[in-house]
Design a protein around this ligand. Structure first.
Ligand code: 3PG
Length: 384
């Protein structure tokens, strides 16, 4: 029984784990409101490894971060996860408090990081990492802690193995046409991803055929085109970068596709639709409009590979969620190899009941984007 995927790494045998103390790093970064876990997709995803470790007779210490706390923040405690694990048949695991409550988890000071890593490693026989959503980060428990274990005493868990296998073709040999759909608000993290995807080659040709840019990301590009965006979300500082990306795409032969129209809100809760070139001054673009969906469908119909990360709309205004649901429906109906990544995107796939119609739903947002665009993955490197 193997716990890893990469051939160049040692595999841990189940028989070695009997009675062993295992440090199990997961990405249990889930939204918690009033002690209630809002969506447990990421927790469900680590159950197979947890089961395997339990069956093997290991003593399991589970560790995760939640959110980005400044010091100790009670609302970001891991306590609700302990109840979740108990309810799901694992009452005996030892669950650590939010790793990011300790400054050592995110410090850039090597000595401080080592001190915290040693504290975490104390008394542990094995280190197992299933925190796929975090492998693009330099957090101490991801990049320093594994180095304190001998190579044969550290491994990835079944979830990381599954993620690597599912994303393999997107990273190394995507079938063309490969359509990437990106949205969401974190413009500063998405622009480098788009740039890398535009530069990515497969057999001497652009690996990605088309990148569809959704709101909120699209508004920064619109401003780079000299268009007005009303009250929509724009990252002013990144407008020049968006302009350079459009030039690069043209030069490399990668098509960037932008919305033709938008669904917007105004006067707090009124909803309208408009052409992309006519967003009213007080209008805040929330999602695309019907003409954009038709345009996107023409690309998705022919796609052989689709990657989607980019929820749009506001859950509190169901009308603004309809374009996203229509887009997810198109993806679910396509004959391509389709992958959706990112918390909000996967949650909406679940809400729509399309989980079994999408080939793979990834637990990673930022990490999956980083991996498929050949960005740095220090959490993978640390385990080699
Ligand atoms: C995520 O939710 O994408 C991961 O848990 C990483 O969280 P971070 O962006 O706060 O590092």
């Amino acid at each position: 029984m193997k716990l890893i995927h990469r051939n160049d790494m040692h595999s841990i045998k189940a028989q070695d784990l009997k009675g062993a103390k295992v440090f199990y790093r997961i990405d249990g970064n889930v939204d918690i409101i009033n002690q209630k876990i809002q969506n447990d997709f990421r927790l469900q995803a680590i159950l197979p490894t947890l089961q395997l470790l339990t069956n093997a007779g290991a003593h399991i210490t589970v560790a995760t971060h939640i959110g980005r706390p400044k010091g100790i923040q009670k609302e970001l405690s891991t306590a609700p996860l302990k109840n979740w694990f108990t309810e799901h048949g694992f009452p005996d695991i030892n669950l650590l408090e939010n790793l990011r409550f300790n400054g050592g988890e995110r410090t850039r000071d090597r000595e401080e990081a080592l001190a915290f890593a040693r504290e975490l490693a104390h008394g542990m026989d094995y280190y197992i990492n299933d925190a796929w959503g975090l492998l693009h980060r330099n957090d101490t428990s991801i990049t320093v802690l594994p180095t304190l274990f001998a190579p044969e005493k550290r491994a990835f868990g079944l979830l990381v193995e599954k993620e690597l296998a599912a994303l393999e073709s997107l990273k190394n040999s995507p079938k063309a046409p490969y359509v990437v759909i990106l949205g969401g608000g974190k413009v500063e993290t998405k622009l480098p991803v788009i740039e890398r995807l535009i530069k990515k080659q497969n057999n001497g040709k652009p690996a990605v055929s088309t990148i569809i840019i959704l709101p909120a990301l699209s508004f920064t590009f619109m401003r780079a085109m000299g268009l007005q965006t009303g009250a929509s979300l724009v990252d002013e500082a990144l407008i020049p970068h968006a302009g350079l990306i459009m030039e690069l795409a043209q030069k490399n032969g990668v098509e960037l596709v932008f919305p033709l129209d938008y669904t917007y809100i105004f006067d707090q809760n009124k909803i309208g639709t408009c052409d992309a070139i006519g967003i009213p001054k007080n209008g805040k673009g929330m999602a695309v409009g019907p003409r954009s969906l038709e345009l996107f469908e023409s690309y998705l119909k022919n796609a052989q590979t689709i990657f989607f990360n980019g929820a749009m709309g506001n859950q509190d205004q169901p009308e603004t969620m309809k374009p996203l649901d229509a887009l997810l429906y198109m993806i679910s109906q396509s004959n391509s190899y389709s992958v959706v990544g990112g918390g909000n995107s996967v949650a909406e796939v679940q809400n729509c009941g399309f989980m079994d119609k999408i080939d793979y739903c990834s637990t990673g947002g930022g990490s999956t984007l980083m991996y498929i665009s050949d960005g740095p993955m220090p959490g993978l490197d640390a385990m080699l």
